[in-house]
Design a protein. Sequence first.
Length: 555
Amino acid sequence: MSEKLVQRGISRYFRTLGPRTQVALCQLPLTLIVLALAIATPLAWPTLLNSPLYIFSMVLHGLLFAACFIIPWERLNNSAYLVIPVLDLLAIGLSRNGAGPLVPGLVILAIFPIIWLSASGMLARTSIVLSILGPLFILLPTVAGKFPNLTASDLTSLLLFPLMMLAVSLAIRFASVNMRMQQRQLQEKDRELRDLLDASTERERLLKTILDATDVGIVAVNSKGGHLLTNNRQKSLEQNAINPGVRAAQEEDQLIFAQDKVTPLAAEKRPIQRAIQGELFADYLVWIGNGSNQRAVSTAARPMVSDDGQFMGAVIVYNDVTGLVEALAANEELISNVSHEFRSPLNSILGNVDLVLEDVQGTSPLSAQRLEVVLRNSERLLALVSDLMASASSALKVHPKRTDLASLVETSIGSAQPQAEQSRISLVADIQSPLWAYADPLRIGQALDNLVSNAIKYSPGGGVVNISAQGSDDWVRLQVQDSGMGMSPEDSARVFRRFFRTETAREAAIPGAGLGLSITKAIIEGHGGDISCTSNPGKGSTFTLTLPAEGPSLY
Ligand code: ADP
């Protein structure tokens, strides 16, 4: 591994050098040996100083080394520098033959230019041919000089050495081809990786732009709650949630309040904490910040799960709904004020009409009849105003205690009986007495009256209204079932909204304001219970309410 690193370091360094230095470095080993030879010649082989061929070869070696520096290789064809190793073969041939039998081993120097030619990766065929012909021509004159007295050893070295050089050349060529292929593969992979990286950077930029362009705050957290991503909108919301002067705060240090705007939300009820417990939720309203900067935020969370089902974190979305919440509050305040203002004059009308009706002598039968109509309509108006006031008060007050629901159902049936008889409806109750629940008798009585009177009202063709109950240790479930006009599944999902009325009810001109069920729902939820509706158009509806069987005070 470290060897590869060293090799890579060397080749990287080599590539930083200029072409002239590169060529000179390739020539350097041969030049150094020739230089050593030249220095040794006057001492070891002084007779060689008289050989013009040998002297010329030394000069040629020197000129070739100088040419490496002088010739502007960068301006020439990129294989031009290979002329140097080719001329090296010539220079070696001259020194070998100039030195004659005095220095017979000089032919071995041919290995330097042959390695250079083969490793260059260029002029493939020429370098292979030169690797065999070069040594052959270097050896040939000496062998030819001995002709015809050639020994077996002369012939062997004439053939064997060029063949050896050919083998060296081929081996280097194969090795360098292999290396080049690997290099090309590496470069290919490198390019693919860079393309992938570019694509992923691009995608990340796109995602960030989209996230920052949205009007909702978005946070992605890992399974420990550490932030992976926060968009700009969320950053400004979080800025609102921390005390001035504090730079960044964890969720538990932030100013997050419950729906009453003042109670700090317990750590485990905060959106991120709930999300990292793996909860999936929506429309979870919290208040962030305090004072005039306080914002109402509707939050939602979705867990991130890996392919093998492991919990990896969650994405939490924060939607600033302050405007909507304020508009709703203003709406409720308006309804509440208007209803309040209506109540006093209506009570006065009712009281005075009552007084006039009591004076039997002073009123003609016709006037009495007309006043009865005034009285009935004023009573209806007063009931409507009470409903409006009840629905406008966001937190309906309930005072639950241990209550027998069976007797409440009985009372409710009793008071609905005349209305049922008029509409040819039989009221059936299937409830064991007593049926204890933890409930406010007044409010639950009001809710039951609402459900039973609706069941009668929306069964214009007569029929049966069935009230049944089931109880467990923890819960009591009451069902009010009718065989009336019913409604579509979409309508039954919206039936608890304030002022909602079905198209069929309006077309049939059945009187109503769409408030009764929203009040009923608020009453049941005030008890910690739950109400739902299932219905079939033309077949009837079933309203199911669940209440706690026992209250905390009984434990
Ligand atoms: P109201 O009866 O005064 O209109 P409610 O809130 O009690 O107001 O009911 C809302 C709407 O739900 C009604 O207008 C009616 O369209 C529908 N609804 C309620 N109860 C029933 C029922 N038992 N069968 C069919 N439709 C019903």
